[in-house]
Ligand binder design. Structure first.
Ligand code: ADP
Ligand code: MG
Length: 711
């Protein structure tokens, strides 16, 4: 598809200048230390404490040359955000005397107070200690502040008892699991790789609005989305925003974002307008999954910082505006072997294609068996507006593979129908295996999990999400399927002896197995929803219903088998996510009441005053009853709507009270979902009606047509 790839100009020279990447490290640490570092990181082994001191020294020297005064362990607690606690590079040793210091120990380990981060029951409140531990696989970087620079050291976050309190540890463990299973399969194919790598490219969507509008909207400030707002007469129906020319103010914002990110070593490549007005996208070139995840967190931070500098507000919420498209994050996922070959790239030879088929089938099988877990991994109150509603993509997890590949599947599967054909396929040494061409066109934008030629694009991730959660699930469920397929091939080989025959037979049976999850049609259609139900696919439209799969016996068995999360760690994530859901809806409900009662009702009364004033004036002037009619009509309508708002607020209160009484977290979340949200929507519907009849000049909230079009 068409992309606006702006000339990066001399940006290439700036690439990574604010990151302590490998090349920089090479210059700042002794040669033996650097080599030892490379060897251990590449082997996925823990770093020898003896070399961390030398690396810390080099890192400090580099950072101070760049003007950094402080350092921080930069980590990702389960809030979905990043956290940091800054320490100065200097120690105060006496009156007026300071000493520069940054030791290996400080590089490797930090000890922030963990008590105010969510732990979902993993850490008793009296045991506040948490540890941040340097992740040497992700480059440290320097963040600019208005009055100084900080060296950020990517870290993982653990409790005193060794439980994972952050997003990164399970990600790293899941990557190890995926690698182990992939290597097992590759070995069967005679591939001598000793390493594989998961690659991820995260396309990031977002909205920008003028800061002055944002500052007048308590809902945007506190909930990240508009809880009120009549739709604008012009929305996205003209389809004139997508890939349209970028307005100069936005372009200058984007240019600064690109430059900052390039300096931080984030390989951003494309930027363009999105479908909805004032919606945009930024996409990097893919990288190793854990680095890509860190880089996406950095991207969100830079977007926010630069937006503020340009007097713009960045909206990362999944659905900031009703009635126009929401924002997602497309998680492009693939694996490559040690030699850089993409394992989801169809090969040149039939043999290579057998291997390709095994990998793509492992992905499809993973989705077929654990799609509901992948759905759960992106379940938040914000994302429900996309996945649960009639918007891209739906909550039903299915995969698009395109016609080309579908043909290949059909062909392989049908060979079984006649034994003659079957023999032919084998006898000709696989030459009958159809050529697999890259299907260049991905026409289907409605699929949540689309094979786009050499990678899967998982489109259900929310725009504000941390990329690690969906990737933890993807890596783990694909690892499991690769193992199962390897088991099957090995078993067949033991029985029949021939590897290719065994592989082809397993491919054939797996094609049959994954059929139910493959869907190339329109995912929005009503027929698909019915069809999916027949096929036995889950359709968890809401967060509470999606999250409950997290604590099933099967889920716990899966995560523990692959040593990605222990049982209590899985459960803690369920609690944290459920709690976040309850809190989010609670905050939104509070805002709905407050804005309705203190901003919208008063605005309606102001207008009512004007109208009543005109009634008195007209009466005094002795005008006929008919002449008073329009004013009276408006006054009546205003009164009716105001009373509906009041009634709606009372009902919302009742719903909140009832939800608050629930002791069971799951039941409570379900109550918020099924009762509180509809009560909020009722208030909104009436308030939005008021917006369309009240005096525009006195309306207290910036309107959709202003926020979405003026920039
Ligand atoms: P689009 O999906 O919009 O057609 P592209 O195909 O160029 O655009 O890529 C979208 C994203 O997918 C980019 O971030 C790109 O780096 C990423 N991507 C491409 N190849 C891979 C891969 N092998 N593994 C992971 N991500 C990839
Ligand atoms: Mg894409």
């Amino acid at each position: 598809p068409l992309k606006t790839i702006e000339a990066i100009g001399n940006l290439s020279e700036k690439f990574g200048t604010n990151a302590f990447g490998r090349e920089t490290m090479r210059r700042y640490v002794p040669k033996e230390v650097f080599e030892k570092y490379l060897a251990t990181v590449q082997a996925g082994e823990p770093l020898d404490p003896k070399i961390s001191g030398a690396i810390a020294n080099g890192m400090k020297e580099w950072a101070m040359e760049k003007g950094a005064t402080h350092f921080t362990h930069w980590f990702q607690p389960m809030t979905g955000l990043t956290a940091e606690k800054h320490d100065a590079f200097i120690d105060f040793i006496g009156e007026g005397e300071v000493l520069e210091r940054f030791s290996g120990k400080q590089l490797v380990q930090g000890e922030p107070d963990a008590s105010s981060f969510p732990s979902g029951g993993l850490r008793a409140t009296f045991e506040a200690r948490g540890y941040t531990i340097w992740d040497p696989t992700s480059p440290a970087f320097i963040m600019d502040g208005a009055n100084g620079k900080t060296l950020c050291i990517p870290s993982i976050f653990m409790s005193y008892s060794g439980h994972s309190l952050g997003q990164k540890e399970p990600l790293l463990k899941s990557l190890a699991a995926a690698e182990k299973s992939a290597l097992r399969v590759l070995k069967l194919f005679g591939n001598t790789s000793k390493r594989t790598k998961v690659t991820v490219g995260g396309e990031q969507e977002y909205f920008l609005i003028d800061l002055k509008f944002y500052n007048q909207r308590p809902d945007l400030i506190m909930a990240g989305r508009s809880l009120f707002g009549a739709s604008s007469p012009k929305g996205q129906q003209m389809e004139d925003h997508y890939f349209g020319s970028i307005k100069s103010r936005v372009l200058s914002f984007m240019q600064e974002v690109d430059e900052e990110l390039i300096k931080l070593g984030v390989p951003v490549k494309t930027r363009h307008n999105e479908v909805a007005p004032n919606q945009f996208e930024i996409a990097p070139i893919f990288e190793e999954a854990a680095v890509a995840t860190d880089h996406n967190q950095i991207t969100m931070e830079i977007l926010r910082k630069v937006a503020a500098k340009h007097s713009l507000a960045l909206l990362l919420h999944e659905k900031p505006f009703a009635g126009v498209n929401g924002s997602g994050k497309h998680n492009n996922w693939s694996m490559s072997d040690e030699f850089g070959n993409n394992l989801l790239e169809p090969g040149q030879t039939p043999e290579k294609n057998l291997q390709f088929l095994v990998f793509i089938l492992a992905c499809l099988r993973a989705l077929k068996n654990h799609g509901h877990l992948l759905r759960a991994s992106v379940a938040t109150a914000g994302n429900d507006h996309r996945l649960g509603a009639n918007e891209a993509p739906p909550a039903i997890m299915s995969a698009f593979i395109g016609e080309q590949l579908m043909d290949v599947f059909d062909h392989i599967e049908n060979e079984t129908s006649s034994s003659k054909a079957k023999n032919e396929l084998f006898d000709h040494g696989l030459s009958k295996l159809p050529e697999i061409k890259k299907d260049a066109t991905d026409r289907n934008r409605t699929s949540p999990f689309a094979f786009t030629g050499n990678k899967f694009e998982f489109r259900a991730v929310g725009s504000s999400a941390n990329l690690s959660t969906p990737n933890v699930v993807l890596n783990t469920i694909i690892a499991e399927s690769l193992d199962v397929i390897a088991d099957r091939i090995e078993a067949k080989m033991r029985a029949e002896g021939d590897f290719k025959k065994a592989a082809l037979a397993v491919i054939r049976e797996t094609i049959t197995e994954v059929r139910p999850v493959v869907f190339n049609g329109d995912n929005y259609s009503e027929e698909w929803h019915k069809e999916a139900e027949k096929r036995g696919l889950y359709n968890d439209r809401t967060t509470p219903s999606a999250l409950k799969h997290l604590v099933s016996k099967e889920t716990i068995a899966l995560f523990t088998k692959y040593a990605v999360l222990a049982e209590d760690e899985v459960k803690s994530r369920y609690h944290i996510n459920l709690e976040a859901y309850i809190k989010t809806i609670g905050i939104e409900a509070g805002l709905v009441k407050e804005i309705a009662q203190t901003m919208i009702v008063p605005a309606a009364f102001k207008y009512l005053n004007t109208v009543s004033g005109s009634v008195s004036t007209l009466t005094v002037a002795g005008l006929s009853k008919e002449a008073l009619e329009p004013s009276l009509e408006i006054a009546n309508e205003l009164l009716e709507l105001v009373s509906s708002v009041k009634k709606g607020c009372r009902e919302l209160d009742k719903a909140l009270e009832k939800a608050a009484k629930m002791h069971d977290e799951q039941a409570c979340a379900e109550e918020y979902c099924s009762k509180v949200i509809p009560a909020m929507l009722k208030v909104r519907a009436v308030a939005d009606k008021l917006e369309t009849i009240c005096d525009d000049s006195a309306w207290p909230l910036p309107k959709y047509r202003e926020m979405l079009f003026l920039i």
